[in-house]
Design a protein around this ligand. Structure first.
Ligand code: 13P
Length: 254
């Protein structure tokens, strides 16, 4: 990501992605949209913000995107372009609904819906065709980490992902850190991001945007975001509280 003029110094852009997962109601989404429209001048210039609500609420948040203070993302898309795939939503439909980003390969999709590496690569391709920026999620389980397999797992998940995407965001989300209150140390995240960047650069993806995700809160976000290796955060639970998510976005101020 580029640089912006901060208070007296050049500061790198950071990406803040809210993944609501399957949470919220229409009235929650309306109140959330109103909150961010009211507080849009509080979003610092270094922050690029992306809201990924459930698909049915994307239109409810569209006003935020139209006001220019944030972008919209879809949490998942179909592997196919269109056709007889009941219940699926295509990348093209997400683009038409105002999305600029699409999450792909979240560990919950891999685990609960048996999403395979080839499904994930097909989805990256669909997102790219529709002009959406993929946010690819990768990460190891606690058992894989304990067995010393973390590097191997990440290398597998990152294999051949860059060829079809002109701009790629990768979120390192260790599965054991999601919704648990546990996180790797900032030093561990920095090291993992360096290794992931090298793997992606070897595929010709010279400037991937690398996020950290897993139990990010207003209390710990700054510890991760001050690292040069961390280009942003992917936030689940804490993004459901407007004030908490705004505090995460503002954590590098001052
Ligand atoms: P939590 O922030 O709730 O741990 O979730 C992380 C996540 O899975 C975001 O995609």
């Amino acid at each position: 990501m580029g640089n912006v003029e901060g208070k007296g110094s050049l500061r790198r852009r950071k990406l803040f992605v809210a993944n609501w997962k399957m949470n919220g109601t229409t009235s929650f989404a309306e109140a959330y949209a109103t909150f961010f429209l009211t507080h849009r001048s509080s979003v610092p210039p270094y922050a690029e913000v992306v809201f990924c609500p459930p698909t049915l609420y994307i239109s409810t948040l569209r006003g935020i995107a139209e006001s220019g203070c944030a972008f919209l993302g879809v949490q998942n898309v179909a592997t196919e372009k269109q056709g007889a795939f009941t219940g699926e939503v295509s990348a093209m439909m997400a683009a038409e609904s105002g999305c600029q980003y699409g999450i792909v390969g979240h560990s919950e999709r891999r685990r609960f819906y048996q999403e395979s590496e080839s499904d994930i690569r097909a989805k990256i391709l669909r997102l790219e065709e529709a002009g959406l920026i993929p946010i690819l999620c990768v990460g190891e389980t606690e058992e894989q980490r304990a067995a010393g397999q973390m590097r191997e797992v990440l290398a597998q998940q990152l294999k051949d992902v860059a060829s079809s995407a002109s701009r790629l965001v990768v979120a390192y989300e260790p599965i054991w850190a999601i919704g648990t209150g546990k996180t790797p140390t900032p030093a561990e995240i920095g090291q993992t991001h360096q290794e992931m960047r090298a793997l992606l650069q070897a595929q010709g993806c010279s400037t991937p945007t690398l996020l950290y995700g897993g139990s990010v809160t207003a209390a710990n976000a700054r510890d991760f975001l001050v690292l040069d290796e961390v280009d942003g955060v992917l936030v689940g639970g804490a993004s459901l509280q407007e004030t908490e998510f705004l505090a995460i976005i503002r954590c590098l101020e001052g």
